[in-house]
Design a protein. Structure first.
Length: 94
């Protein structure tokens, strides 16, 4: 049976652009913004919400991932203190 998909290395599909390890508490405030890349976040500890300009909010807690597509306006809202967040931005190859 022929393969349906040609095997490709990961780097030909997405290119890591930025990796950030950051810490927040309840006093943190973020403006709405977007990225030209995919944004993959992993919440190591604490709880946060991702809000879109229309008021839609999605809460996430420790050990959960959030994927935000490119050009999606959003902001992060801390819901606890002692937040540790890992953020990886990925772009498609040119």
């Amino acid at each position: 049976m022929p393969a349906r998909y040609e095997k490709q290395p990961f780097s030909s599909l997405f290119i890591p652009k930025t990796f950030i390890k950051t810490y927040y508490d309840r006093t943190f405030a973020m403006d709405f913004h977007s990225h030209s890349n995919l944004e993959l976040m992993y919440l190591v500890s604490g709880s946060m919400s991702v809000e879109q300009p229309d008021g839609t909010r999605t809460d996430f807690e420790s050990h959960q991932f959030v994927l935000i597509v490119h050009e999606c306006f959003h902001r992060l809202i801390p819901l606890s203190d002692n937040i540790e967040l890992l953020v990886l931005e990925l772009s498609a190859p040119p």
